[in-house]
Design a binder for this molecule. Structure first.
Ligand SMILES: O=P(O)(O)OC[C@H]1O[C@H](OP(=O)(O)OP(=O)(O)O)[C@H](O)[C@@H]1O
Ligand SMILES: NC(=O)CC[C@H](N)C(=O)O
Ligand code: SF4
Ligand SMILES: [Mg+2]
Length: 464
């Protein structure tokens, strides 16, 4: 058993967010607003492309949306159609070439693309394309779709369809040309994508929470395997394959998505509350004084636990509002410091109390370990850790950077070892069946819990 984790490990990362507006004046400023609501999905880079029917322009940079864009940077992005992206890279480095939108200019016109997810056969496809003479501008997987489109025949829609057939893995893409827009979701529906009505036009977003920013009305989720074409002729739907199934990422419900988003018709906050209720059902014998959630993403589950158990929900931990999600740094000592800066125990509330501490997930154990210690130093009598998801045992290859198996604490320690590593009085997780009970009929990917990946993993499989 290792008591500490390697210094060069990375923290669990959010993933990218995509947002697009078709046929609305001031489309780019609408996209800017939408990306604001999606900032929690990526803070490494941001960009917006807009087209006015003749020209397609793009502006992007590294960092948070508000760092990248000054108001005057939006002014040249004229036109009624626009797409944007907030990035947390999972393939390729953080260099500007990998920040999205990625724009290609060729004989068929300009094309801008934004992507959430990860192409699992990207290395194989790149090798094949490079052998044919393609030269890649950046090192991310997202650029591949542009090269695959370029090599096909027929209308742009036909080219996109043919390109999608070659791509495997997780992807939602928005594609913008001088005149039209396309929205694509992979055949397993691994990453979320929703369509809304926005004035006379449409908007498309990774999460529905962004619709409110532009007064858009939710219409429906884009279906797995679906390609939507938005053009002067309206909305056209087509599918690139017959083999489609719903396999939405369970971690979207557990941790990534904002609680006010609905994914596949299920509200994220309500799903988290349900998992808290299920956790409480496993604790009939536990004689505790209060429930404390770990801000931010576990608060819904903690409320669910409190309601179901009848134990009061207390503000036993306070979050410093100036420390964001990804403040936690790439080294273990920086991450420890990050949790210390981010969260403090409310001594007057927790001293002498038996606490049920609810967090949404345990990745490397940094947060829970630090917090149990913090609560005990503040005088808590007992701390019972409850995790509103199963043990994360396998890496994700679908756009979430949970890194390698060795870095996942649950894959290295037994439950007893984990409990003592965290200094918890007791420790419980949910199991995959509990999540299935919460999500009902909704088909989900649970691969980081059970190792059952929705696709072939190609060369990534060697890292499994
Ligand atoms: O076991 P660990 O390696 O510490 O990772 C798990 C923790 O990381 C996440 O919180 P994060 O601080 O990223 O975001 P949040 O503020 O949305 O909860 C998650 O909610 C857990 O609290
Ligand atoms: N997290 C994501 O969805 C990342 C998208 C893409 N794979 C990139 O690395 O930029
Ligand atoms: S492996 Fe886990 S994080 Fe990745 S898509 Fe599946 S459920 Fe989501
Ligand atoms: Mg957390």
């Amino acid at each position: 058993m290792r008591d500490t984790v390697q210094a060069d490990e990375k923290e669990i990362h959010e993933e990218c967010g995509v947002f697009g507006i078709y046929h609305d004046n001031k489309a780019a400023s609408g996209v800017y607003m939408g990306l604001h609501a999606l900032q929690h999905r990526g803070q490494e880079g941001a960009g917006i492309a807009a087209s006015d029917g003749t020209h397609l322009r793009c502006y992007k940079g590294k960092g948070l949306l508000t760092d990248v864009f000054r108001p005057e940077d939006l002014e040249p992005l004229t036109g009624n159609n626009s797409i944007g992206h907030v990035r947390y890279g999972t393939a390729g480095g953080d260099e500007i070439e990998n920040v999205q939108p990625i724009v290609a200019r060729s004989g068929i016109g300009s094309i801008a693309v934004v992507h959430n997810g990860q192409i699992v056969n990207s290395l194989e496809l790149k090798e094949e394309l490079e052998e044919k003479g393609h030269i890649f501008h950046g090192s991310s997987d997202s650029e591949i779709i542009l090269h695959l489109i370029q090599g096909r025949k027929g209308s742009l829609l036909e080219k996109i369809k043919a390109a999608c057939v070659r791509l495997d893995g997780a992807y939602t893409f928005l594609i913008l040309t001088e005149k039209n827009m396309y929205a694509i979701r992979d055949k397993n529906g691994l990453r979320p994508l929703a369509l809304g009505r926005c004035g006379d036009g449409y908007c498309i977003s990774s999460e529905t929470c962004a619709f409110d920013m532009v007064d858009a009305e939710y219409i429906r989720d884009v279906e797995p395997g679906e390609i939507l074409k938005l053009s002067a002729r309206g909305l056209q739907s087509t599918f690139y394959t017959e083999e489609r199934r719903q396999n939405i990422c369970a971690m979207e419900y557990i941790y990534f998505a904002r609680p006010d988003s609905n994914i596949e018709g299920l509200n994220v906050h309500m799903m988290r509350k349900k998992t808290g209720t299920i956790l409480a059902g496993k604790d009939a014998e536990l004689n505790a004084d209060m429930v404390v959630g770990v801000p931010d993403s576990s608060l819904s589950a903690a409320i669910g636990y409190s309601e179901a158990s009848g134990l009061p929900y207390e503000m036993g931990l306070i979050k410093n509002r100036y420390v964001g999600r990804t403040f936690i740094q790439p080294t273990q000592s920086q991450r420890d410091m990050g949790v210390r800066l981010k969260l403090s125990a409310n001594t007057s509330v927790v001293a002498g109390k038996k606490i049920v501490l609810v967090d949404d997930s345990l990745v490397r154990g940094t947060t829970s370990r630090r917090i149990v210690r913090m609560l005990k130093e503040a005088g808590a009598g007992e701390v019972h850790v409850r995790i509103a998801s199963p043990q994360i045992l396998y890496p994700c290859f679908y756009g979430v950077d949970t890194s390698t198996r060795e870095e996942l604490i649950s894959s290295r320690m037994s439950l007893e070892e984990l409990q003592s590593f965290l200094h918890a009085d007791t420790l419980k997780f949910l199991c995959v069946e509990d999540l299935q009970e919460a999500y009902g009929e909704t088909g989900c990917c649970f691969a980081c819990f059970d190792g059952r990946y929705a696709t072939d993993l190609y060369s990534y499989g060697r890292k499994k």
